[in-house]
Design a protein around this ligand. Structure first.
Ligand SMILES: CC(C)(COP(=O)(O)OP(=O)(O)OC[C@H]1O[C@@H](n2cnc3c(N)ncnc32)[C@H](O)[C@@H]1OP(=O)(O)O)[C@@H](O)C(=O)NCCC(=O)NCCS
Length: 174
């Protein structure tokens, strides 16, 4: 486990939506559809596809260790009060689930939390993570908060830089 996590926070009031709108457009132009699990129906089949995608992408998180079984994933990530399918952005290339940006609802504590952002390896480096997070930025407002929090292993340069690019800054968190 990391000795110290990189804790990041975005104040959505400062989010420069115009700056990142082009990423969403470029995804669409490339045939990548952005949607949410809620829009897809959040069916058992959707949840299984989400699990497989999350498992695949998590293999590249430093020190992640063995991933959950599907039953454990349901218990820890889905069947919890903070789960909200409106906060789970999916990138689809036809029938291929190529990216996810999953954010959970912690409005009682004043923030939403980026649980996992992942893009399948062959799709990386095309701005898909920025597009997904831009597409999903309204989730914080749906939850009635303006802070998005996350934390990363210090060796996860790609994820840390992705969030800094979006305007996340270092922040002390409880
Ligand atoms: C982190 C991750 C989601 C980035 O997805 P992506 O779609 O390839 O990222 P993008 O193409 O949108 O890049 C966005 C920005 O992130 C940063 N970035 C992305 N990959 C990077 C890398 N390998 N090294 C350094 N910075 C990187 C850059 O700042 C980049 O902007 P730029 O291209 O304009 O310089 C992807 O690498 C991934 O799935 N990693 C494994 C899962 C993971 O670690 N998730 C985070 C833990 S929740």
């Amino acid at each position: 486990m990391a000795s110290h996590w990189v804790k990041l926070e975005l104040d959505v009031k400062n989010f420069d939506a115009a700056r990142f709108a082009g990423y969403v457009e470029r995804c669409r132009d490339a045939g990548i559809r952005l949607t949410t699990l809620a829009e897809l129906g959040d069916t058992p089949r959707d949840r299984h596809a989400l699990y497989e995608l999350n498992k695949d992408c998590s293999a590249d998180i430093p020190d992640r260790g063995e991933f959950y079984t599907f039953e454990e994933y349901l218990e820890h990530r889905i069947e919890v009060p903070s789960y909200d399918p409106r906060g789970v952005v999916i990138a689809l290339d036809d029938s291929v689930w190529c990216g996810l940006a999953a954010t959970s609802n912690h409005r009682a504590s004043g923030f939403v939390f980026n649980e996992m952002t992942g893009v399948k390896a062959p799709y990386r480096g095309r701005g898909i993570s920025i597009a997904m997070k831009t597409f999903g930025i309204g989730f914080a407002g749906l939850c009635g908060v303006d802070k998005i929090r996350t934390f990363h292993h210090p060796a996860n340069t790609a994820a840390i830089e992705m969030n800094r690019r979006l305007g996340y800054v270092d922040a002390e968190q409880d």
